[in-house]
Structures are given as structure tokens and as C-alpha cells.
Design a protein around this ligand. Structure first.
Ligand code: AMP
Length: 214
């Protein structure tokens, strides 16, 4: 099964991707994670992407498309994927569909995490991540037992450089302008499952599972 998980920043894509990839044995491809890794290794791609990401802007399509298609080429033909954070523009969606049409990598379903915009700000500005094991916390909704330290591996938590109110405002504007049309595009293809992502974890998870197993 090949899945795209879409939604505004703070809609829970990262949190549910982690569960989805385990339950459905999918290769998790997060474009944001790949960019962050390139930035921390100071690669050419990381240097090019950094200024866009830190200001809350989308990285130009050609950089993203090349990176995703390259990652997909390395997947075994029979492996299912969970793409998280891509496509975010119509140009990306069309390039992706064109490159995968008729192959084993064609997308089957889009999980769209629908969240009211007022909830997103707290989810984003409260987000803390463990740099070692990847666990995601939130100071408002999912605090750690000891402040600032990962419950699982005791590592000091970090915040993403782009998780501040200023860059969040830009990310939300770009989401509405650039990414919303992608959801409409896949809705026209009857591939979108709309999930109410403003509920407790288990209710959201049940909706996702029902959508995939329908
Ligand atoms: P994320 O972790 O998915 O929120 O991504 C973090 C940042 O990486 C985004 O705010 C963008 O600047 C950049 N990024 C990730 N995926 C894409 C994409 N598909 N198109 C353009 N920029 C992206």
C-alpha cells in the first residue's frame, strides 16, 4: 500500500506516521526529516534548503522533486511507502503522479489530517522532539515526566528552528495557498480520506485505520 499523509503544520502527520509505518510495514519518507538531516550534515542540498526552511517557506519544487524521486528509486519494488510532507504544491503532485503512474509506486490513498487552525499554533509552538529516538512531545498536550528530557531515552529534547510563531504564520499561509489545492486535486481523483484530527489519539487512529481498511 502506498500512502500520502497530508495536513497543515501541527495536524499530527509526524505522530501518526510513526504508528502507520509500524502497523502497515511501510517505508516512512518524511521530506522535512530528510531536509533536516541534510542541514545537520551541511550537504549542498542542506545549505540550499536551510534559508527557506528557517523562514517558514517551502523549498523550491525542483529540489524537492529530485530528492523524493531519488528516494523512491531506492525502494524495493514491492515495498509500500508512507510519504509525509510531500507533495505540498500542485507542481509537485503532478510531477510525482507522472513519474509513478503505472508503476508499483503509484499512490493508493491520501490520509488528510483535518485540523481547525486555532489548534495548530499550540501544537506547533509546544512541540519538542527527542533528537536521539525521534519521540515527539508537546508541553501542553503530551508533557514529559521530567521537564525537557525524553521519557524513553533520557536525552535532552530540542525544538525545531522553524517552530516559532513568526515562521509558523508563513507556513500556515503557504499551506493554504499552495497545499490546499493539492488536496482538491486528489479529492477529484477520489483518493482522499478526510480524518478529523482534532480528537484524542485513539479516535484519530481508528478513523485512519477504518479509512485504510475500507
Ligand atoms: P515538515 O517537517 O514536513 O514540516 O517540513 C519542514 C520544512 O521543510 C517545511 O516547512 C518546508 O520548508 C520544507 N519542506 C518539507 N517538505 C517540503 C515539500 N514537499 N515542498 C517544499 N518544502 C518542503
Amino acid at each position: 500500500m502506498n500512502i500520502l499523509i497530508m495536513g497543515a503544520p501541527g495536524s499530527g502527520k509526524g505522530t501518526f506516521s510513526s504508528r502507520l509505518k509500524d502497523e502497515y510495514d511501510l517505508k516512512h519518507i518524511s521530506t522535512g526529516d530528510i531536509f533536516r538531516e541534510h542541514m545537520s550534515n551541511n550537504t549542498d542540498l542542506g545549505k540550499k534548503a536551510k534559508s527557506y526552511i528557517e523562514a517558514g517557506h517551502l523549498v523550491p519544487d525542483e529540489l524537492v522533486n529530485d530528492m523524493v524521486l531519488h528516494t523512491l528509486q531506492e525502494l524495493p519494488e514491492d515495498a509500500g511507502y508512507l510519504l509525509d510532507g510531500f507533495p505540498r504544491t500542485l507542481a509537485q503532485a503532478k510531477a510525482f503522479d507522472q513519474a509513478t503512474k503505472g508503476t508499483d509506486h503509484e499512490v493508493d490513498r491520501i490520509i488528510y489530517m483535518d485540523t481547525p487552525s486555532d489548534v495548530l499554533t499550540k501544537r506547533i509552538t509546544g512541540r519538542r522532539t527527542c533528537p536521539k529516538c525521534g519521540e515527539i512531545y508537546n508541553i501542553y498536550y503530551k508533557p514529559t515526566k521530567v521537564e525537557g528530557v525524553c521519557d524513553k531515552c533520557n536525552t535532552e529534547l530540542t525544538s525545531r528552528a522553524d517552530d516559532n510563531e513568526e515562521s509558523l504564520a508563513t507556513r500556515l499561509e503557504e499551506y493554504e495557498a499552495m497545499t490546499r489545492p493539492v488536496i482538491d486535486y486528489y479529492t477529484d481523483q477520489d483518493k482522499v480520506s478526510l480524518i478529523n484530527a482534532n480528537q484524542d489519539f485513539e479516535s484519530i487512529w481508528n478513523e485512519i485505520r477504518n479509512a485504510l481498511e475500507a
